[in-house]
Design a binder for this molecule. Structure first.
Ligand code: NDP
Ligand SMILES: O=C(O)C1=N[C@H](C(=O)O)C[C@H](O)C1
Length: 239
């Protein structure tokens, strides 16, 4: 596929909090075209007026033949969807969290075998990517750190994908405890707190709404088609 081609994106989880925003973001992005929406329960198709709506991922893949599978479903559903998308030669952009390292390893092998790319993005927000970058830098100098991630009370996975990714990126030789807070009123927030001799350093990021994730969603869908094999973290395509 050449870079000037319109990229056809299927959105899975289209009736969810992220899915609804993503439908708008994909529709409004010049280089992207909505190729179909996957929902869990039929009956609210009128909420998604701009595209064909499916409840069966296989039918969506075979009928619409999207270029990209944007998965914004749940820990229980994302793994099967991504396996299926890769099998069909469709590039996955994985926004949903809660999958295991073993899933990432399997997707790495499967994308390479099918000569396609894939992108797993625990967090699409630019500020969150910077927070992780700064935490990685600070971890080289500070000898003790803990992570507090705070999310809305409907979030299904714990700890968050972002907290796990942050801890991995920090590459410390000590274990970093992760504390999870789930409360109504929160959206998505994280603090990385470093302790030193008589001093503290706190790096904090706040997503105040789900629009904060959409520039990253668009970049991920546009750039995944240039990849071969799985890439973990949108920051890998930014710096
Ligand atoms: N990478 C990032 O930057 C971000 C990632 N996330 C992650 O994205 C995911 C979605 O978050 P959020 O939108 O808040 O969650 P929601 O629960 O609001 O949305 C998930 C949607 O997926 C649907 N769904 C579940 N299983 C299936 C299936 N098999 N087929 C079709 N649809 C399905 C659900 O339907 P139903 O409710 O009917 O079951 C629901 O509409 C989570 O994993 C979250 O952690 C969230 C924000 C940012
Ligand atoms: O469920 C959410 O809301 C979010 N999930 C992602 C995660 O698990 O890190 C990204 C962001 O924190 C919002």
């Amino acid at each position: 596929m050449t870079q000037s081609t319109t990229i056809r994106v299927a959105v899975a989880g289209a009736q969810g909090r992220m899915g609804r925003e993503a439908i708008q973001a994909v529709t409004n992005a010049a280089q992207l075209q909505l190729a179909g929406a996957l929902v869990h329960r039929p009956g609210h198709e009128a909420d998604i007026p701009q595209t064909s709506v499916y409840t069966d991922p296989l039918r969506l893949l075979e009928t619409e033949k999207p270029d990209v599978w944007l998965d914004l479903t749940t820990p229980e559903s994302v793994v099967g969807h991504v396996d299926l998308a890769i099998e069909h030669g469709v590039y996955p952009v994985i926004g949903a969290t809660g999958y295991q390292d073993a899933d990432l390893e399997r997707w790495q092998i499967a994308t390479e075998k099918n000569d396609i790319g894939g992108l797993a993005c625990p967090n699409f927000a630019l500020g969150a990517l910077l927070m992780m970058r700064f935490a990685r830098e600070a971890a080289k100098w500070m000898q003790s750190a803990e992570i507090i991630e705070l999310h809305h009370d409907q979030k299904k996975d714990k700890p968050s994908g972002t907290a796990l990714r942050t801890a991995k990126q920090m590459e410390t030789d000590y274990e970093i405890p992760i504390h999870s807070v789930r409360l109504p009123g929160l959206v998505a927030h994280q603090e990385v707190i470093f302790g030193g001799t008589g001093e503290l350093l706190t790096i904090r990021h706040d997503s105040l709404n789900r629009e904060s994730f959409m520039p990253g969603v668009v970049i991920a869908c546009e750039r995944v088609i240039r990849l071969r094999g799985m890439v973990y973290g949108l920051e890998q395509l930014l710096w």
